[in-house]
Write a protein that binds this ligand. Structure first.
Ligand SMILES: Nc1nc2c(ncn2[C@@H]2O[C@H](COP(=O)(O)OP(=O)(O)OP(=O)(O)O)[C@@H](O)[C@H]2O)c(=O)[nH]1
Ligand SMILES: [Mg+2]
Length: 474
């Protein structure tokens, strides 16, 4: 996505009914095009000489027909989003008016912007670094408050500052190393060696901190995967539907209904925590090839889930086939994944106390105490569903830990994690006793990764990958 210095235009607001739409234009001809497009209320072209001051204009198409009366907001570069001359045109909303105005601009010589191209220009013009550019997309995509908090922090430069500081510390250390490289016959003085080792250790600890916060940030950004597992016919799909509040998954009295897993997002609780509910194929022995493939997936999903919910049919006895489901949650629990037991079909256990036998049977296979919450629930009547939601929220809170996400720098994307891992690996590639050349190289390798993260040394391919996911007009 090379930077061509032309003038781009796009509708920046979502299509559809709306009071106002905004068309954004950026590039050297933005002001000229706006003036050519519009006439001022008193006649002549609108006066855009004062930056950041809104002006009225009447848009006419090529044949002179009035399209709309608009508000023009000129922003002279470099004091604009992209750093170039920008004009934003506010017109009536809906689908037609903005498209007609965009058509006029394209007809007059503007080029239709590609997804994320405004933000790409902002990045290329040094208005923001790559982490901040990514955060722009995350702010737009945020569907929960924690996700927004993280994106805002990154946009304000919290992650970038941390990465920049780390880079500076390592560059200083490298300068120290290089100063001694010129005198290979002398040993590195103990003081300098200590300083270098301290810088490396400190930087590594801070990078590990960033990686440590990654899971937290990923959960907030992408949502936690809550995986429902159990033997066939216990009501996993029914429970998914019941949690979602709509019939998403196929339900039937026939065991083995769900063959492939199914994933649905939902917002949980008052803060709208993003959750991906995953329904899976029922676990059992001796099934056909397709079902077995589904079961394999179930096991993988249970192993990689953030929360595992074992679903049991509490209206019947605890059977041998339940053991497989309980095994998966025992495995997950051992790996530190929070688990919940949903005792479904509670509507069929006629008397309130009648599940006692079932509970005692569970005591035999699950650790005693409150480690794994057990929630009686009925997907059919909705009984216990709010309690199950609370249990899932509780499990997510346990995942979150106590730390606030508000003030710490957080790495939230796979790109961040991969680069931080490579950066740490580069640092660990040498020890203070190594040849100074090797130490200098490993410091340089680490700095290279940090700069790549900030977008200071980045290939076009990486930029393409970052910006292709943006919406048009952003
Ligand atoms: N009485 C009662 N019946 C239920 C409840 N939940 C599910 N069922 C019934 O149990 C049967 C199986 O439900 P499903 O949701 O398809 O079960 P599943 O666990 O997804 O089954 P597989 O996809 O085959 O693994 C259906 O006939 C449901 O109507 C419940 O809470 N109470
Ligand atoms: Mg099912």
């Amino acid at each position: 996505m090379a930077y061509v210095e032309d003038t781009i235009a796009a509708i920046a607001t979502a299509a559809g009914p709306g009071a106002v739409a905004i068309i954004r234009m950026s590039g050297p001809s933005a002001f000229d095009l706006a003036k050519r497009l519009c006439t001022a209320p008193g006649g002549g072209s609108p006066d855009l000489s004062e930056s950041h001051r809104a002006r009225l204009g009447r848009v006419r198409d090529a044949s002179g027909r009035v399209v709309d009366d608009v508000l023009l907001l000129p922003m002279r570069g470099p004091r604009s989003y992209t750093g170039e001359d920008v004009v934003e045109i506010q017109c009536h909303g809906g689908t037609l008016v903005p498209r007609l105005i965009l058509g006029c601009l394209l007809g007059a010589g503007a080029r239709e912007a590609r997804p994320g191209e405004f933000t790409l220009r902002a990045f290329l013009n040094g208005r923001m670094d790559l982490c901040q550019a990514e955060a722009v997309a995350d702010v737009v995509a945020a569907s929960s408050e924690p996700a927004l908090e993280i994106a805002r922090g990154q946009l304000e430069g919290r992650l970038s500052r941390e990465l920049g500081e780390l880079r500076d510390v390592l560059l200083d250390a490298r300068a120290l190393v290089e100063a001694h490289l010129d005198f290979p016959e002398d040993d590195l003085p103990a003081e300098a060696a200590g300083e270098i080792a301290g810088a490396v250790e400190g930087a590594a600890a801070r990078m590990r901190d960033l990686l440590g916060g990654f899971e937290r940030a990923r959960l907030a950004r992408d949502g936690a995967r809550v995986v429902l597992v159990g033997k066939p016919n216990v009501g996993k799909s029914s429970l998914l539907n019941s949690l979602l509040g709509r019939d998403r998954a196929l339900v039937s009295a026939e065991p083995g209904t769900t063959r492939d897993y199914l994933e649905e997002p939902m917002a949980l609780g008052a803060r709208g925590l993003r959750v991906l509910l995953v329904d899976t194929a029922g676990l059992r022995e001796g099934s056909g090839a397709i079902e077995r493939a589904g079961i394999e997936r179930t096991l993988e999903l249970a192993a990689s889930g953030d929360v595992v919910v074992a679903v049991l049919d509490s209206s019947g006895p605890l059977g041998v086939e339940d053991v497989a489901a309980l095994d998966t949650i025992r495995g997950a629990a051992r790996a530190g994944t929070p688990c919940i037991v949903a005792m479904n079909k509670a509507d069929l256990s006629a008397q309130p106390g009648s599940a006692g036998g079932f509970e005692r049977a569970l005591d035999g296979v699950l650790p005693p105490g409150g480690e794994v919450p057990r929630v009686p629930v009925s997907a059919r009547t909705g009984l216990g569903v709010p309690e199950l939601c609370s249990a899932i929220e509780g499990a997510l809170a346990a995942l979150d830990g106590r730390e606030s996400i508000e003030s710490r720098p957080l790495a939230s994307r796979e790109r961040h994690r991969a680069a931080l891992r490579r950066a740490l690996e580069a640092l660990s590639g040498s020890s203070p006793d190594d040849d100074l050349e090797i130490v200098a190289q490993s410091l340089q390798g680490c700095v290279f990764e940090l700069e790549g993260l900030l977008g200071e040394a980045t290939s076009e391919e990486i930029l393409d990958r970052v910006f292709e996911k943006f919406c048009i007009g952003k």
